[in-house]
Structure formats: structure tokens, C-alpha cells
Design a protein around this ligand. Structure first.
Ligand SMILES: [Zn+2]
Length: 297
């Protein structure tokens, strides 16, 4: 049985604990905001491994590769569009080394950083190729599944899911970033959970959900989870909240929601129907360790 098949089989039986933030953890190890964290897969592999190990030791069953900004589109902003394969293969290998048999590796793909035609000037076929190139590199480096995350535009999310499948991913997880609007929870593009998730399901996503919301409390996430479950057409739902909104305190970025608050929210998220719960920006190994008692391995 492949690792992806083991993941599916496990998820059918019981909820799975994800990991927490990568970017904010790397910033604590010296990564400057705006600096491409993906370069650390080659320049500071020890620090990236340190983050993965801390999550694995906290009980995370999913380790997310440090490749969020690893498409050629995003790397082009650092003059490094030619380094996609190098950085994503290296990132997947680092997570794979730390995962062993105790966790699955999620090959992470974030937004390409622009707007698709006709709203923007990016052509769909070029963006699809960029997603496929990165997905192939992540799988080559040992990723078990592909995670498409922090999406706002369903058209972009669909391109990424299809590209990951075309690159050979057996299992694709896809999540949007939602925010509160006067009409309810919406992506930045104004899409509600229903149509947003329907697009993912039609594109073949195996697990769907939300991560990295803007100005959403953990209570919001419980309510949003119920909406996601209703919209998921039977697909398992993943929820990875931020530890609150970032605040600048004495020049440092702080997140206010504690490990204890995450631990308290976890059974409520599971009761609302989430099958995978982890954390996004600001969450730490301490958050994951506090959530772990709610999951039976
Ligand atoms: Zn985030």
C-alpha cells in the first residue's frame, strides 16, 4: 500500500492531527519577513529540519514542506524562477527525513502570487504549468500528498488541484483562506464555501477545507467548519486556523491565541465535522502538542 493510500485508509477510520506554521517558525530562527523561506531548504536545511522535528515530536501526523512560495511565478520575484525543482525536491526530502514512519509529508503549494485573466494578466495555461512543475518536484523529493493552500480564487485552486493530479499525486488536499464579510464567510475574491468547495470537488480534490483565515476567531472556525462540511460533498474536511491575527509588538510579529485555546477548540472543530485539524500562521509545536490528546494514533 502506498503512503497516500495508508493516509486515506487512516482518515476513513479516525481524525488526523496536522502540523502548525512553518513560516512564522522560520522567522523565529532568523528568516526575515519577505525573504523567500524556500531558499533555506538549501541554505539552512538544519533549521528547516528543526521545525519539522519539533512538529513530529509534538505529535503532528502531517509534516508540511517548506515550499509555499516555490512556484516559478513566486520565485521569479527573487530572480530564481529556474530553481523550482531544486528547492521543492530539497524541501520534500527534508520533511521526508523527519517524518519517517510517524507522519505523512504534505508537499505544499501556495498561490502563484498574481491574478488570472481576465481579472489579471496571468494566462491559465502558464500558471497550470508552473503548478505542475512544482508538484512534480515535490513528489520526486518524497511528498506523500500534495497540499494546495491559502487559495482565494476558485479558478486558481482548480488549476493547482488538476496540475497536482496530472503530476501524479494520488491524493490532493486543497484549502481556501476565508474572511468575515457582511454576507458571511467569503474568500478574498468574494466566494462562499459552497461554490468554492464545489469547484475543488469537481476538480478531483480528495480533502477540502480552510486555512489561514483573516480576522477569524476560533469560534468563527467552528461555524465555518459546519459550512465546509455541508459543502464538501462527502469529502473529508481539513481546518488549519491561524493563532489569531498578527500584531506588531516592539517590532516583532505576535499572535495571541494560545496553545490552550487551540486545545479547547479542537474537540469543537472535530464535533463540527473536521477530519484533519492543524494550525496556520502563528501556531507552534506547543499548539500541536496541546491538541494531540484529542487524537488517537
Ligand atoms: Zn497562514
Amino acid at each position: 500500500m502506498t503512503r497516500a493510500a495508508q493516509f486515506r485508509e487512516t482518515l476513513d477510520r479516525r481524525p488526523i492531527l496536522g502540523d502548525g506554521a512553518t513560516g512564522t517558525q522560520l522567522q523565529q530562527l532568523g528568516l526575515a519577513p519577505g525573504q523567500g523561506g524556500e531558499f533555506w531548504n538549501v541554505d539552512h536545511p538544519d533549521r528547516v529540519r528543526q521545525v519539522h522535528r519539533a512538529y513530529a515530536e509534538a505529535g503532528a501526523e502531517l509534516l508540511t514542506t517548506n515550499t509555499f512560495g516555490g512556484t516559478s511565478c513566486v520565485l521569479a520575484g527573487h530572480g530564481a524562477a529556474h530553481r523550482v525543482r531544486e528547492l521543492s525536491v530539497a524541501g520534500a526530502r527534508l520533511a521526508r527525513d523527519c517524518a519517517g514512519d510517524r507522519a505523512w509529508v504534505l508537499g505544499d503549494i501556495g498561490p502563484f502570487g498574481g491574478m488570472l485573466e481576465p481579472l489579471g494578466d496571468a494566462a491559465e495555461d502558464e500558471v497550470a504549468l508552473a503548478f505542475r512543475e512544482q508538484a512534480a518536484a515535490l513528489l520526486e523529493g518524497g511528498a506523500d500528498l500534495i497540499l494546495v493552500e491559502t487559495m482565494s480564487d476558485p479558478a486558481e485552486a482548480v488549476l493547482a488541484v488538476r496540475a497536482a493530479k496530472a503530476a501524479g499525486a494520488e491524493c490532493v488536499i486543497a484549502t481556501y483562506s476565508f474572511q468575515q464579510s457582511s454576507a458571511g464567510y467569503r474568500t478574498m475574491m468574494g466566494t462562499a464555501a459552497g461554490p468554492a468547495l464545489a469547484a475543488l470537488v469537481a476538480a478531483g480534490a480528495d480533502v477540502v477545507g480552510a486555512n489561514c483565515g483573516t480576522e477569524l476567531s476560533l469560534d468563527d472556525y467552528v461555524r465555518l467548519t459546519a459550512e465546509l462540511v455541508a459543502a464538501a460533498a462527502g469529502r473529508p474536511v481539513i481546518v488549519q486556523p491561524n493563532a489569531g491575527s498578527p500584531r506588531l509588538v516592539d517590532g516583532a510579529i505576535c499572535y495571541d491565541e494560545s496553545a490552550a485555546q487551540f486545545a479547547a477548540a479542537t474537540p469543537r472543530l472535530l464535533a463540527a465535522g473536521a477530519r484533519i485539524v492543524g494550525g496556520c500562521c502563528g501556531s507552534t509545536p506547543a499548539h500541536i502538542a496541546a491538541m494531540a490528546p484529542h487524537f488517537s494514533r
